[in-house]
Design a protein around this ligand. Structure first.
Ligand SMILES: C[S@@+](CC[C@H](N)C(=O)[O-])C[C@H]1O[C@@H](n2cnc3c(N)ncnc32)[C@H](O)[C@@H]1O
Length: 315
């Protein structure tokens, strides 16, 4: 079976989860973004006692992961779900708490490379961009049905695109004249909307608009906002949550939850920590980590990764 995805920071994720897995006789890890199962496979090979619950909202990823992980089918449950449904999934399996949780956010190379999915601006395809193609509005439907103001908000906020209003004016002109059907139509509209000097810096000008639409279509930030506290809630003492983000808006959400959870609620100025108000979580390391130059050279997806990890220290 051909595997079209190289897992980012694979060894580092295993090292970070190892103490949580090794402290338990029958450890359980949730892989919240199973993808093609690269991280799960490595964890199952390394820790013979480990059981994994693997989630993905993409049915193609689920079926490919199932094939790849078939030799471990007695130790992994592969479930089609959005990761903010984690509590419901764990409840249905009778699992109250877990030793580790991994989020490897965003799209996989398999999704990007499959041109029909519409994630890539460099290959002509219908404007879909749904990770779960059985649900929700496609990018085409978003572009056809949203008001000018809503489109500007999406592209400005989620794409951090300063030319959002020019892009949207051209999108509206194209949709009214029936000239907006494919990823390459959209990429061309974006290109024409950005002044030439600005086009020469920062890579392909369509990247930010495509990112914005993908976030909107899949409600990525709203789902992540719900998922991180729900995941933290299911960690047992000594359990760790490891998150890899690939764009700053995601990383900001993770950072905010981690900072809040690691702060003591003991009032400033009190000479002693009040045990019941002490923080229940600790950062495994300060700030975020990046991939090495060596890894980035081998796998360009590792370029933008920001890794954070937190451990539950009290119940
Ligand atoms: C970067 S890939 C994971 C790759 C995997 N760690 C590996 O090594 O093969 C991210 C996966 O997360 C899935 N995904 C993204 N957002 C999701 C969500 N909200 N709920 C469930 N799965 C999600 C995507 O469909 C994709 O398959």
């Amino acid at each position: 079976m051909q595997i079209e995805h190289t897992s980012v920071l694979l060894e580092r994720c295993i090292t970070l989860l190892a103490p949580s897995i090794q402290k338990s006789k029958s450890p359980i890890v949730v892989d919240a973004t199973l993808g093609l199962g690269g991280h799960s496979l490595a964890l199952l090979e390394k820790f013979p006692q480990l059981r994994i619950v693997g989630l993905d909202r993409d049915k193609t990823a689920i079926s490919k992961a199932n094939q790849r992980l078939a030799p471990f089918s007695d130790r992994i449950k592969v479930i089609h779900a959005v990761y903010d449904e984690m509590p419901k999934v764990l409840d249905s399996l009778g699992i109250s708490d877990v030793d580790g949780i991994l989020f490897d956010l965003g799209v996989s190379s398999m999704q990007l490379d499959n041109s029909e999915r519409g994630f890539s601006y460099s290959q002509s395809a219908p404007l879909d961009m749904r990770m779960d193609q059985s649900q929700g509005l496609s990018a085409q439907e978003v572009l056809e049905s949203y008001s000018r103001n809503d489109l500007i908000r999406v592209i400005r906020e989620y794409g951090e695109e300063r030319f959002a209003s020019r892009i949207v004016d051209n999108i509206i002109a194209a949709r009214e004249s029936g000239k907006l059907h494919s990823t390459t139509d959209l990429a061309e509209i974006v290109k024409q909307s950005i002044p030439a000097p600005a086009r020469r810096v920062g890579g392909n000008p369509a990247k930010r608009t495509f990112q914005a639409l993908r976030i909107e279509v899949n409600q990525e930030l709203a789902v992540l906002e719900r998922a991180i506290p729900r995941a933290m809630d299911r960690l047992n003492v000594g359990g760790r949550l490891v998150v890899m983000s690939f764009q700053s808006l995601e990383d900001k959400i993770v950072k905010r939850y981690f900072s809040a959870a690691t702060e003591s609620m003991t009032p400033i100025g009190l000479p002693v920590e009040i045990a019941s108000l002490a923080a229940k979580f600790q950062l495994v390391f300060r700030g975020s980590e990046k991939a090495s130059e060596e890894e980035i050279n081998k796998n360009s997806r590792a370029q933008s990764v920001r890794l954070r990890a937190i451990e539950r220290v009290a119940s």
